[in-house]
Design a protein around this ligand. Structure first.
Ligand code: SF4
Ligand code: SF4
Length: 307
């Protein structure tokens, strides 16, 4: 969970960036490996080269993003918890990032491996709907993911759902789960980004707008949702200024602004990755979105579970 001290530092840095440093990156993502034990229907990255990057390379990537201003870190794969290099395993990368001075160290995982690295602030665990729809997208893993979350009760977890044509009906189901299970801090929604070969899973603009309204209703009803309410309609209409200058991605010595996907023609205009678009809108000076940011992340300080 985010400590009050870290929250205040982030708020201060956010305000500073908003007033004077709007172009400075804040959020860094480092890819540890392309290896993954799953074969999700919507995936564009797993097992592309089946390589775990060397520890020294990851150290260099972490340092490069830190030197450019990033203080919030996301560790990605493939499946990042699978990463190894000789004696080194995932907790060593977390420790390294901590020593380097990152304020928040988060990991995005498929939830099929134990969540046990000391020093992680949040695990974003993918859960793509109810059992039937999640399993249709990610293989028979729904029960395993919930078991992982239940087992590691002291680890802060945010559910990470990519909304697509299969699981569109499940937005509320996942929010209810996030509210009921004490181990889960919140849910963060994305829309499916139509990477080549996965276009059939993409929502239409009308479907995205309707889904945005449903997510906004959940926020109004007090569900622990990590998205920014006033950003949602802009994003559904593809009106956010993306690619985002505030997010950097590093993989094996290469650095991209916003995402590795920015070179795919036309993809940014259909991007469903809400985090990048939300931050772009914050730094574009949308006051209601900025207010949402403080309200939403403030809720992470204290979540009350109820069913
Ligand atoms: S868990 Fe993530 S990296 Fe692995 S196949 Fe699924 S979407 Fe791709
Ligand atoms: S805006 Fe473009 S570069 Fe950024 S995540 Fe979306 S598709 Fe990738």
């Amino acid at each position: 969970m985010i400590s009050p001290q870290i929250f205040l530092r982030l708020a201060g840095r956010g305000l500073l960036a908003f007033l004077w440093q709007r172009n400075r990156p804040l959020i860094g993502s480092v890819i540890l490996t392309n290896r993954c034990n799953l074969h999700c229907r919507h995936c564009a990255v797993s097992n592309l080269v089946c390589q775990d990057y060397p520890f020294e390379q990851i150290q260099a990537d972490l340092q490069a993003l830190f030197d450019r201003g990033c203080r919030i870190l996301f560790l990605y794969g493939g499946e990042p918890l699978l990463w190894t290099d000789g004696e080194h395993t995932f907790p060593d990368v977390v420790q390294l990032a901590r020593q380097m001075g990152y304020w928040l160290v988060n990991a995005v995982t498929n939830g099929t491996w134990p969540l046990s690295a000391p020093g992680i602030d949040l695990y974003l665990v993918s859960l793509d709907g109810n059992r039937e729809h999640h399993n249709a997208i990610r293989g028979e893993t729904y029960d395993q993911v919930l078991e992982t979350i239940r087992q590691d009760r002291n680890v802060p977890v945010v559910l990470y759902m990519a909304i697509n044509t299969i699981n569109l009906a499940d937005i509320e189901t996942v929010a209810k789960l996030a509210r009921c299970l004490p181990a889960i801090q919140a849910v963060s929604y994305n829309f499916h980004t139509p990477y080549p070969g996965t276009e059939s899973l993409a929502l239409s603009r009308a479907e995205k707008l309707a889904a945005s309204r449903r997510i906004a209703t959940l926020i109004d009803q007090g569900y622990p949702v990590l998205n920014l309410k006033h950003a949602l309609p802009h994003i559904a209409r593809n009106g956010a200024p993306v690619p985002s200058r505030h997010c950097l991605v590093a993989e094996s010595g290469q650095i991209w602004t916003c995402g590795r996907c920015r070179d795919i023609p036309g993809l940014c205009q259909q991007c469903g990755f809400l985090f990048a678009a939300e931050y772009s809108l914050v730094f574009a000076g949308r006051p209601w979105v900025l207010l949402d940011l403080f309200k939403t992340y403030g809720r992470l300080l204290k979540k009350v579970s109820s069913c």
